[in-house]
Design a protein around this ligand. Structure first.
Ligand SMILES: Nc1ncnc2c1ncn2[C@@H]1O[C@H](COP(=O)(O)OP(=O)(O)O)[C@@H](O)[C@H]1O
Ligand SMILES: [Mg+2]
Length: 387
């Protein structure tokens, strides 16, 4: 893996291009995209940034050395405010950002998944400290290097997962903004909710203030999830839960994740962290035991059903009378998924109606089994997620 972020440089001779709003309208006119007023509003805000970048000197200057133009001049030149696009999964955030990125009139620009960016940042910070043990603060030189490569940074799936990120983000972003960098980001989380309710969240507040000072938050609230139908034609309940089923679940997860990077995520449920072992974009994946054989409650399942339009569960076993508490949790989980129209892909020991036939709550499970049947239907898979 390269330790250097590689920016996209624009060819010198590129003609003056139309902005993202025109590009969006063109795609609607071509029938590539459905007309969506919410998206159009977001495209209009990105169009404003596009116009501002045309006259932003740092956007057009070529790469300079460490003490180049950007340290100073950009501080005085009016730096355009960035855009923080926030909304549920499948609303078209990444699509709009890509549209913008493609036409952005900036010589040194970079589009990167935020997770990748942070991994890279940590690696470079360590490398700098190793190379120069007398270096007490590697953040300014890192910011300098990043801003030398790119004056426009477009981050997909901005989120803050752990304290090690939270600890460097504030100072890194302050240093980037100071050097004239303009940031556009997509996220599922509003800036004010980033990393809240977790140990260390107080120390993170100044970063939230920085984001709100430097970027406009644009909510993308389209009623449509354009990603639905991602499971069209795919089987969703795989019996038995063998290696073949696991491969099918891997494929379903990849398809639902689209190009998002998979990793653990932490949700906050009533002030407590709830760790999702594997998630990517709009899909989360659990072993059955991790989900139903632990003291989790309705609040956790509702949080899961709100956050993810799709869930993959490995290894639903047959449950007997001695597992009545596990069965009860599974009932609560399926209710939450069903109410919010979450798409479920699972591997299981048997058909839904044979999962829990005897024991306390077996009667109630009949409705769960019938819901699990219905959740496999194309009609259900076509329903939009209700977060
Ligand atoms: N207006 C639209 N018409 C048709 N397809 C769309 C529209 N907006 C988005 N899409 C498609 O829906 C999918 C999800 O969009 P995406 O930008 O990935 O959403 P998000 O980043 O908000 O999760 C993508 O394949 C995208 O091209
Ligand atoms: Mg996206």
């Amino acid at each position: 893996m390269s330790s250097k972020l590689s920016p996209t440089e624009m060819p010198e001779t590129q003609a003056v291009a139309a902005g993202p709003l025109a590009a969006y309208r063109q795609r609607v006119a071509d029938g590539q995209l459905a007309a969506d007023p919410e998206q159009q509003r977001a495209a209009a805000r990105l169009d404003q940034l596009f116009e501002e970048l045309r006259t932003y000197p740092a956007a057009h200057a070529a790469r300079r050395g460490l003490r180049g133009l950007f340290g100073r001049a950009s501080r005085t030149a009016a730096r355009p405010r960035g855009v923080y696009l926030v909304g549920d999964v499948g609303r078209g955030k990444s699509m709009l950002m890509d549209l913008f990125f493609e036409v952005a009139p900036v010589r040194r620009k970079q589009r990167i998944h935020f997770h990748r960016f942070m991994q890279d940042a940590h690696r470079r910070l360590h490398a700098m400290k190793r190379a120069d043990p007398s270096l007490t603060d590697p953040i300014p030189p890192l910011a300098q290097a990043i801003s030398t490569d790119a004056i426009l940074l477009c981050f997909d799936e901005f989120q803050v997962n752990d304290i090690t990120d939270a600890m460097i983000l504030g100072r890194l972003f302050d240093a980037l903004f100071e050097r004239g960098v303009v940031v556009v980001a997509t996220s599922n989380t509003r800036p004010e909710d980033l990393f809240q309710g977790r140990p260390g969240s107080d120390a993170f507040r100044p970063f939230i203030a920085t984001i709100r000072r430097e970027m406009d938050t644009v909510l993308l609230d389209s009623p449509r999830d354009y990603r639905r139908g991602g499971l069209r034609g795919m089987a969703t309940w795989h019996v038995p839960a063998d290696a073949r089923a696991e491969l099918r679940l891997d494929a379903a997860f990849d398809q639902l994740a689209e190009d998002a990077v998979a990793g653990p995520e932490t949700l906050t449920v009533m002030g407590r962290p709830f760790v999702v072992p594997l998630a990517a974009g709009g899909v989360a994946r659990f072993d059955f035991e991790t989900l139903c054989d632990r003291p989790l409650g309705a609040g956790d399942y509702l949080a899961l059903a709100s956050r993810y339009p799709a869930l993959v569960i490995d290894g639903v076993p047959r449950l007997g009378p001695e597992n009545f508490d596990v069965a009860r949790r599974f009932i609560v989980l399926v209710d939450a998924l069903y109410e919010q129209k979450v798409k479920l892909v699972a591997s299981a020991a048997d058909r839904p109606d044979r999962i829990f036939q005897r024991g306390e709550g077996a009667k109630a499970f009949e409705r769960t089994a019938s819901r699990l049947e219905e959740m496999q239907s194309q009609a259900y898979l076509d329903l939009p997620h209700l977060p």
